[in-house]
Design a protein around this ligand. Structure first.
Ligand code: DGT
Ligand code: CA
Ligand code: CA
Ligand code: ZN
Length: 583
């Protein structure tokens, strides 16, 4: 049983208890448990195998009772308590909780009053206008539910990159170790780093494809096998996502990798170019055209050879979206894209002081292990009660703590600096949630919209612009507020906000949290084109989430971003100077 599966069961228990209106703290403890499990880098099943419940309890956040439940899940594949709760309700009822805007209270009510127990029931009830008569609902709520339901059902067809990439890497590594495999990689949208992935495409080259296919079809990683042929396997991963493996001959490896990486639009453009040069490209290679027919092979063993055959340098997969990359390659104007190692620090990080799970010291140690030069701590501001926003008094204590850590680091001759920032809420009137006298204490200010969303585009745009014009904001965080597959962007006039930010010298965040990826690739590119600045942050709430930076870098690369556009690639001196520009 994987950590993700364990976490899902705990999460479901919390949801079911929520529907039952059980004790809040009990519900919260299951949610916390799920989060702790999700954030482990080690598989808990192997922790149990090695040291049982005792070993589990050495992990911070896992107490005796959670440990017992995890052992039961690992050993039996299920949890009695979970089954007991589930048996009280139709299994599809839980799906309703994932529809944005439908909390447990509402779900319980529409189940009780209308017998709505599945997404289909819900759609029907909304279309037949039966929801609006329930207490506390109305025509408007009903419309919203119907709309959110459509959004949710659309997004359910794709997985987040952050959920798929680790699996893709594991399967690639597994394939590379199989006897007879010469090369293996993942292709498709996962290799291009798209923010969501429809299905996972795997590719291997081998002289003995049937054996490779057979081994894959029998591997524990597939929950279901739909097709197992001599050169192709189609199956499903444990959460239902489809995965296809194709095995090709070594001389076709590069051509197949190029073909199955896509995007389709990029491939179409590349093929058109080939055609003009009297060549044809398919998944087996590049061939000379003889009339309509493919003649002798001219390339195909490597991807480089495919691009070289049509007179182009190799194009990195993140750019293969037919957004001008072929023209740029042709003119030798491909950008020198940012890389993960260009980042010198993370400026959006939470600790136990607000809603993070690790201490300041632990976050600093983890950032040093990432080989960063600096780390910016940015706790939530006071108005965000749910996240234990930090008030002026505590911020002063924080300043002292950060200064002490810096003094200690200096004493130990460590080249590492902790910066003190804040993640100030942008209030509904556009003012910043900064307590009197705190701005002077801070090295920098992040600003975010977290609450009081409005559907009125003019209103929310005005709100954000007012905040930017305060002259105190250094970085505007997760600018559109979207949550992939859960919440659409606030309807703000984004281009207007991006322009204003650039004019006012405010950097825009690419929030690398896998559920956000906000700004996205297209908007990040727009910022760079208009001469603005970006900042790639993880918004980490635990040491493990610092690793999410890679997803932000992928978004940036897909947005053609070069390192100098991103302020946290700058050396500390340059960054400090910029942060102090208005002080
Ligand atoms: P996805 O799975 O929806 O996230 O997106 P992709 O890009 O992974 O698309 P997928 O899985 O349908 O196909 C993988 C790649 O294979 C795709 O990017 C290009 C190539 N490919 C698949 N079918 C076709 C096709 O009919 N024509 C062309 N030119 N290329 C195709
Ligand atoms: Ca795919
Ligand atoms: Ca596919
Ligand atoms: Zn944050």
């Amino acid at each position: 049983m994987t950590n993700a599966e364990i976490a899902r069961i705990l999460e479901e228990i919390a949801d079911l208890l929520d529907i039952e209106e059980a004790d809040r703290f009990r519900i919260l403890s299951y949610r916390r448990g799920a989060e702790v499990v999700q954030n482990q880098s080690r598989e808990l099943a192997s922790v149990v195998a090695e040291g049982g419940a005792k070993a589990l309890q050495t992990i911070p956040g896992i107490g005796e009772s959670l440990a017992k439940k995890i052992v039961e899940m690992v050993e039996t594949g299920k949890l009695g308590y979970h089954d007991e709760l589930l048996s009280k309700y139709p299994p599809t009822l839980l799906d309703l909780l994932h529809v944005p805007g439908l909390g447990p209270r509402k779900v319980a009510e529409i189940y009780r009053e209308l017998g709505v127990a599945s997404l289909e029931d819900l759609a029907e009830a909304a279309q037949e206008r039966r929801l609006r008569d329930l207490p506390g609902m109305g025509a408007k709520t009903e419309e919203n539910i119907l709309h959110n339901l459509q959004v949710y059902q659309e997004s359910g067809k794709r997985s987040r990159l952050g959920d798929i990439l680790p699996v893709a890497e594991r399967l690639r590594d597994w394939l590379r170790q199989q006897p007879g495999v010469i090369a293996a990689d993942y292709a498709g949208s996962a290799r291009r780093g798209r923010e969501t992935v429809g299905d996972l495409d795997l590719l291997a080259s081998s002289e003995t494809p049937a054996e490779v296919c057979q081994a894959f079809a029998q591997s524990d990683d597939l929950a279901e096998v739909m097709l197992a042929g001599g050169t192709k396997v189609s199956g499903r991963l444990p959460g239902g996502r489809q995965v296809d493996l194709r095995v090709v001959a070594p001389e076709s490896w590069g051509a197949a990798l190029q073909y199955f990486t896509g995007s389709q639009a990029h491939n179409v453009a590349l093929r058109a170019r080939a055609q003009k040069q009297g060549l044809t490209i398919n998944e087996y290679g590049v061939f000379q055209l003889e009339g309509e027919e493919a003649g002798p092979r001219v390339a195909g063993e490597t991807e480089e050879s495919v691009y070289a055959a049509v007179g182009l340098p190799w194009i990195t997969p993140e750019l293969r979206e037919d957004r001008g990359e072929i023209q740029a390659a042709e003119q030798d104007k491909l950008p020198k894209l940012i890389e993960e190692t260009d980042l010198r620090g993370d400026l959006h990080v939470h600790t136990l002081a607000s809603d993070g799970h690790n201490s300041l010291k632990e976050m600093v140690e983890a950032a040093i292990a990432c080989r960063y030069e600096y780390l910016g701590i940015s706790e939530h501001s006071p108005s965000l009660y749910v996240a234990h926003g930090v008030d002026g008094e505590r911020l002063r204590e924080h300043r002292v703590a950060v200064d002490e850590i810096n003094a200690d680091l200096a004493k130990r001759k460590r080249k590492f600096t902790v910066l003190l920032g804040t993640e100030a809420d942008i209030m509904t009137d556009g003012s910043l949630d900064l307590a009197e006298g705190t701005w002077e204490l801070l090295d920098y200010v992040l600003a975010s919209v977290h609450q009081g969303f409005s559907n009125d585009a003019d209103k929310i745009t005005h709100r954000v612009l007012t905040a930017l014009e305060s002259g105190k904001v250094d970085v505007l965080c997760h600018p559109t507020g979207r949550l992939l597959g859960e919440r659409e962007p606030y309807g703000l006039h984004l281009e207007e906000v991006l322009k204003a930010a650039t004019k006012l010298g405010v950097a825009l965040e690419i929030n690398a949290a896998p559920q956000r990826l906000d700004l996205n690739d297209v908007h990040a590119r727009l910022v760079q084109e208009q001469g603005g600045l970006l900042c790639i942050n993880t918004d980490a709430h635990s040491v493990d989430s610092l690793q999410h930076l890679r997803y932000g870098v992928i978004v940036a690369r897909r947005g053609w971003i070069k390192a100098p556009t991103v302020i946290n690639t700058w050396p500390l001196g340059k960054l400090r100077k910029w942060l102090g520009r208005r002080r």
